[in-house]
Design a protein around this ligand. Structure first.
Ligand SMILES: CC(C)(COP(=O)(O)OP(=O)(O)OC[C@H]1O[C@@H](n2cnc3c(N)ncnc32)[C@H](O)[C@@H]1OP(=O)(O)O)[C@@H](O)C(=O)NCCC(=O)NCCS
Length: 398
């Protein structure tokens, strides 16, 4: 198949389309043109699929997507991450971005993916195709002067290649207890080990009798015109308080030349609880969005608090996918959900509103106050119990 017979949406065909796609991405994200091929190799190495939208016989827009999961209620829900959305500069403002996203979402739904996620550069484009705010990413900045733990009972050493399975296991054990953290695939792990725009990341792990208890990946950057450094962590996980204190001591050991350490995550990080004083700042960086592609599959795939049971009668509207439109009953028993069509439709909402409800980003009462959900008091109480949990957060960016 060549570019003239290719369908409207699909992988780039031939050198000319590849070059056109790279040009769109470089212009969209202000990268020098010579970085286009390296960008494409990097995303392909992470397992991402590059797609182009053809309009008027040439490539008009690009998008990349890659498979992973996202932890909700202790279960990993299959999620496709969307990145690299770009429209050729001369074609913007004419609906191309909207058509690109609609076509891409149709492809993902046809593949049986229940959830899509992204970090939006602009919200209206993504809201128009069914995405909504679903969780946060915060920057946590800690002054090293406050990291005077002197805790060295657990051993700490550099991470070797052979440690990676144990590191992935530690991450997974931690992430599944959080709400909204990614069940990482290669694409995200590559970004942890080689953070974009940062110098090399050095990995260190902490070991106890039972194996690895925590780890971090650390980059050091020298401040302009001086010797002082800023530390940036692309990952920081402590399964035990002792591992947390050991990792914080290790970071503190950099204080002769570094003043601050930065990492990303939720607004209430338990590691901050270990500090003697509030020698830190937490800043909201971004709100990520979700699109529920398959209503029953997504509701069934997430976990719910064990011991909770209840039934919620939903009536969902969806402009893009008729299969999501209509009434569903969500029945939860012992942390497991069953979804069947029908019921009384006591809680009325657009599929967009289902995203913050599903992730626990906003309570049903807050969504009702925002005018995007209608429900009786019993349904509000049931939904509040079913979808409650820690605020959804995500340390990773994609
Ligand atoms: C954002 C982008 C993909 C939109 O493409 P587009 O073809 O212009 O989009 P559409 O014509 O379908 O417009 C859809 C909506 O996107 C928003 N939008 C479009 N261009 C925008 C811009 N430059 N800035 C902010 N929002 C914009 C508008 O809200 C628009 O809706 P409206 O016309 O009702 O206001 C395009 O401007 C682009 O490639 N920008 C640079 C890269 C980028 O930001 N990518 C997104 C990364 S998440």
């Amino acid at each position: 198949m060549d570019a003239t017979t290719a369908p409207q949406f699909g992988p780039p065909q031939g050198e000319q389309e590849l070059a056109a796609a790279e040009d769109i991405v470089c212009q969209a994200f202000a990268m020098p043109p010579e970085e286009g091929p390296a960008w494409r190799k990097r995303i392909e190495a992470g397992g991402a699929q590059l797609r182009v939208l053809r309009e008027g016989g040439s490539v008009a827009a690009t998008v990349a997507h890659f498979s992973m999961g996202q932890w909700f209620g202790g279960r990993s829900v299959p999620l496709v991450g969307i990145a690299g959305v770009g429209v050729a500069p001369a074609r913007r403002g004419q609906g191309t971005g909207t058509r690109l996203m609609q076509t891409c979402l149709r492809e993902l739904r046809a593949q049986g993916v229940p959830l899509a996620g992204l970090y939006p550069a602009t919200q209206p484009l993504y809201r128009r195709v069914g995405f909504e705010q679903a969780g946060s990413r915060h920057e946590i900045r800690v002054q090293l002067s406050g990291l005077d733990f002197q805790e060295r009972s657990l051993s700490l050493r550099p991470i070797q290649e052979a440690d990676l399975p144990a590191i992935h296991d530690v991450y997974r054990r931690h992430a599944q207890r959080q709400q909204g953290w990614l069940d990482r695939g290669t694409y995200i792990w590559n970004r942890v080990l080689r953070p974009r725009g940062e110098p090399t990341a050095y990995g260190y792990l902490v070991e106890g009798h039972a194996g690895v208890e925590g780890y971090l990946y650390l980059s050091r950057r020298v401040a302009p015109h001086g010797l002082r450094q800023e530390l940036s962590l692309s990952d920081l996980v402590a399964l035990t308080p002792a591992a947390g204190r050991r990792l914080l001591s290790f970071i503190g050991d950099h204080r002769s030349l570094a003043d601050e350490v930065v990492w990303r995550g939720g607004a209430a990080d338990p590691l901050l609880f270990l500090l003697r004083e509030q020698t830190y700042q937490v800043k909201h960086l971004f709100t990520w969005m979700l699109r529920v592609l398959d209503v029953p599959a997504a509701l069934q795939a997430r976990g719910y608090l064990a011991g909770l049971s209840g039934a919620l009668h939903l009536e969902v509207d969806d402009d893009l996918f008729p299969e999501n439109r209509g009434r569903f009953v969500l029945e939860v028993e012992n942390g497991e959900a069953e979804v069947r069509p029908g019921g009384d439709g006591d809680m009325k909402l657009h599929v967009r509103t289902l995203a913050p409800l599903y992730s626990g980003f906003l309570s049903p009462a807050a969504l009702q106050a925002a005018g995007v959900l209608e429900a009786d008091d019993v349904s509000l109480r049931t939904a509040t119990a079913l979808f409650s949990g820690p605020p959804p957060a995500m340390p990773d960016m994609y």
